[in-house]
Every structure is written in C-alpha cells, then in structure tokens.
Ligand binder design. Structure first.
Ligand code: BEZ
Ligand code: FE
Length: 304
C-alpha cells in the first residue's frame, strides 16, 4: 500500500484494511468508526497543534483513571454518549422502567443489607424512606430481585471520593426483594451535587461555560434471574438542576416526589416515626433476551 493517498482514498484504504476481520460485528464497528472519525477530521480540519492537544486531552483523561476514578466514563457522560447508548438499548424494552446512566461511582461492592436498613448511617441530613416493588412487564412481582443502590451524602460526595472521611459502603446497600417483590430502605434525602471537575472533563466544562451539577438522585441496579438487568435512578422531584443535568440523564418517568407521609400505620410498617419523607419507585423488569450470536466479547478483547 502506498502512503501518498488523498484524504478520500485514505479512508477507503483504512476501511479496506479490515476486510479480512472474521468477526462481522467487529468489522462493521471498525468500518463505521473509521468512516465517521475521518468525516469528523475532514470537517474540523485540525492543525497539528490541535491534534496534539486532542491527544494530550485523551492521555490526561486516561491518566486520571484509577481504581476509584473513571474519567473516561465521565467524558462519555458529559458528551451525552452514555445516555445515547442507554436510550438506544432502552428502545428494545419499551415496557420496562427507563434506564439511565451508570455513572463512575459504582466501583465498590455495596454491603449486603436487610430490608429497612439505613444505607447512610454516617450521613447527616433529613431522613427519608425509599420503597418500591419490582414486577415483570406482565405485572407479576419478582421476589428475590437484587437491588443495588448508591448515593452521595448530603454534601454531594460518594464514599469513594472521601477516603478517611466516609467509610466505604456509606450510602450504599444491596437488598433482596421480599416475596411480594417489595423493598424499602432508609437514607438521607439526597441533594444535587457537582460531578468531579478536577480533571480534563472539568477543564472541558470550564472551557465551554457549562455547570457540573447533577440533580438529586439515588442510583439503582436491579437484577433478577431471567430478567434484563436494569440500571437506573430515582430523581428527587423539584431538585435543582432537574432540567439541566450535566450528563443529560434525567427521564421524566424517573422523577418522583419525595413527599411527607403522615400515616402512622405506614410509618410503623416501615419502622420509622410519622410523619416521614418517602420516595416511591415501581420498577418493571423486561425478560432477558434469548442468547444471540454475541460478538461483544470479541470487541472487548480487541479494545483491551
Ligand atoms: C453519578 O450520578 O454518580 C454520576 C453520573 C455521571 C457522571 C458523574 C457522576
Ligand atoms: Fe450519582
């Protein structure tokens, strides 16, 4: 192959270089990547200095990553890519609860907790109860579903962001739904908070005059045998930034009022004093898709 190709034939040559790729999905991904990446470069026509700055930015993004910091996920989040992937995958399960971004802070195992336990025992703040029910798309309860939850404290920090200040596991819990598919736990009412801005993604937000805030929310991963695992949030209705989430992850269906419940019987059943603040989320799971020719593992191998 000669090296004096023009821009168009260069693109064709790179795409052609993948023609023997045995894995058809991988081949399609690489061809599309090359096509769109080259289009982008033609469109932007970067100077050599700009290309070097882009490489430096991506290098710094990688260097910012460690066991408890995932700057690439953060970059994907602020560019709306994470939410685009979620939304595309959600289209396959229109009857299930909407999904939303995983975010970069699900990086430690949540402590196993019993129903009703306080996930934020170390955190100051207004107490709330979060409860819900897991059902299938046909309305049957899903007993034994596993509900992994995590949230920031009221100062806006996850446990992993404050080593020595918060114990790992504060703000987290792994629950098992009861025989009716129901679950509940205590916590503090979350507040809005900024995503980390002390890295390249923060520089990007700064350069583009964008704020870093996420509206108040609690994360959920709900898993059950024979169902598609759901990654989602419950957003606190009326929270600041609900209309301008820095990572574009708010879906109307996931916004729930955190309202006062004065019913003494409800309070007694949940083991709290009345009146109490509660957030309620009904979670509908979609049956697991039948296994299909999965080439994702190959893609992951190559990307690794
Ligand atoms: C989070 O909610 O934990 C989060 C999501 C995206 C970027 C940063 C934080
Ligand atoms: Fe969060």
């Amino acid at each position: 192959m000669t090296t004096d190709l023009g821009p168009e034939s260069l693109t064709a040559a790179v795409i052609g270089s993948f023609k023997k790729t045995p894995d058809q999905r991988l081949k399609a991904v690489l061809e599309s990547l090359t096509h769109h990446l080259h289009e982008f470069v033609r469109d932007v026509a970067p100077s050599i200095q700009e290309w070097e700055a882009a490489i430096d930015f991506l290098t710094a993004t990688g260097q910012k990553c460690d066991d408890v910091r995932q700057e690439f996920i953060l970059l994907s989040d602020v560019l709306g890519v994470s939410m685009l992937v979620e939304t595309i995958n959600d289209e396959e399960t229109p009857d299930a609860t909407d999904s939303t971004v995983l975010g970069p802070f699900h990086m430690v195992q949540s402590p196993e907790r019993v129903l009703g336990e306080n996930i934020s025992a170390e955190s100051e703040g207004d107490v709330c109860v979060v409860r819900g029910r897991i059902t299938s798309v046909t309305g049957e309860p899903v007993p034994g579903a596993r509900i992994d939850v995590w949230q920031a404290n009221t100062k806006g920090f996850y446990d992993v962001q404050q080593p020595g200040i918060q114990t790992i596991g504060n703000g987290r819990g792994l629950f098992t739904a009861d025989e009716h598919g129901e679950f509940y736990f205590r916590s503090v009412i979350p507040s809005y908070y900024p995503i980390p801005t002390d890295g390249p993604v923060g520089d990007l937000l700064h350069a583009t005059v964008r704020h870093p805030y996420r509206p108040a929310h609690i994360h959920f991963i709900v898993a059950a045998t024979d169902y598609k695992t759901l990654t989602t949030h419950i957003f606190v209705g009326g929270s600041e930034y609900i209309d301008s989430d820095a990572v574009f992850a708010v879906k109307e269906s996931l916004i729930k009022p955190f309202s006062t419940n004065a019913d003494p019987e409800a309070a007694a059943a949940l083991g709290v004093a009345a009146p109490f603040v509660e957030g309620v989320i009904e979670i509908v799971l979609h049956p697991e898709a039948p296994p299909h020719e999965d080439t994702n593992e190959t893609v992951k191998e190559v990307v690794r």
